[in-house]
Design a protein around this ligand. Structure first.
Ligand code: HEC
Ligand code: HEC
Length: 284
């Protein structure tokens, strides 16, 4: 059912062997201070790109990102925090808080853990500062060999069969490793990513899983409560309420609804309309 032991051992060894030679993206020196532009652009902070794609060789379970940041405003800017969209991404500021003098800059780095993931994984990282919040998009494009591809498709059609027989099965047994464990202790946006985004935001999702992002309607609280608590009988959409055999506490469900009727509406649709600041070479 899983990868044969030998193959896995080879993959692990390969990974250990190559881990030292991963392109040292995060080791780039900070760019030299730039002269103040004559006319100020709208954003007080400039990024070398707002969206980056890293190609991940097969066997590698981490993707490393770095964003060059420059204060293009005439006053000091203090960056106070980085907010990754998922627990799988660890991000680092040069210091906390990080004070940027006018014209000065540095590099923000992030490492995405890709264990158990495949295909193109898209996450966001929000830079929080006293001059505003700036969302960055991180894409890890994972290479796959033909064997893994075949195996994944086989595993997936088995999962689909199991879910078609019982939509709540997704919360039990081995399925819980990906569909329940990552939701534990989470709320709001992080919980959405782990509990809902796994199906609804996956670029590989099956055709019967509708997109929730980018819809023209702002759905009300009752709509979200209904779907989250009860799902839909006769479909693959499970019920998340504890009382229905789901994994989420009433507080977690409420935090999801609050997120989905608020912040969610302002967030970009992953995989849609790349921002013009992306370098063409970084897009797969
Ligand atoms: C196991 C995969 C899976 C997970 C996890 C999942 N969904 Fe769904 N969801 C589906 C499927 C499949 C449908 C389509 C149901 C149908 O046939 O109408 C659906 C439908 C929906 C719809 C209706 C959308 C429409 O346009 O009709 C909403 C809203 C929704 N899900 C919200 C959520 C939320 C919120 C979460 C997280 C708490 C979540 N889903 C988690 C698979 C999933
Ligand atoms: C290794 C992690 C993992 C495990 C284990 C797992 N899933 Fe999933 N599941 C995913 C991901 C990721 C998606 C999103 C679609 C994709 O990327 O293939 C998904 C999507 C789904 C969907 C939506 C339909 C689709 O294929 O897009 C259903 C239904 C589902 N899983 C049911 C199950 C069931 C039932 C089990 C256990 C028998 C299970 N999953 C085990 C990761 C997992």
């Amino acid at each position: 059912m899983r990868q044969p032991r030998l193959l896995r051992a080879v993959a692990i060894l390969w990974c250990i062997a190559c881990s030292g030679s991963f392109p040292a993206l995060s080791a780039k020196p900070p760019p030299a201070p730039v002269a103040m532009p004559a006319s100020l652009p709208d954003a007080p902070i400039r990024f070398d790109a707002r969206e980056k794609t890293v190609q991940v060789p097969s066997g590698q379970t981490e993707a490393h990102f770095s964003f060059a940041v420059t204060n293009v405003s005439p006053t000091n800017i203090t960056v106070t925090a980085l907010h990754p969209s998922c627990g799988c991404t660890a991000a680092k500021l040069p210091s906390t808080p990080w004070v940027l003098a006018p014209g000065h800059g540095g590099v923000v780095t992030a490492t995405m853990n890709l264990a158990g993931k495949y295909g193109t994984v898209i996450k966001s990282l929000t830079v929080i500062s006293d001059a505003g919040s700036f969302p960055l998009t991180l894409r890890a494009a994972m290479a796959e060999d033909a064997y893994q591809n075949l195996q994944r498709n086989a595993e997936r059609s088995r999962n689909l069969q199991v879910a078609a027989a019982d939509r709540q099965a997704v919360f039990r047994g081995d399925c819980a490793r990906c569909h329940v464990e990552p939701t534990k202790g989470k709320s709001g946006r992080d919980l959405y990513s782990a509990a809902c985004g796994i199906c609804h935001d996956s670029p590989h999702r099956a055709s019967m899983v509708p997109a929730l992002r980018g819809r023209p309607v702002a759905f009300p609280t009752v709509y979200w409560n209904q779907w989250i608590l009860h799902g839909k009988e006769g479909s693959l959409m499970p019920a998340f309420a504890l009382s229905k055999g789901g994994p989420l506490s009433p507080e977690q469900c409420d935090s999801l609804t609050a997120y989905l009727t608020g912040e969610f509406l302002k967030e970009a649709t992953p995989g849609k309309a790349p921002s013009p600041s992306i370098t063409p070479a970084t897009i797969k």
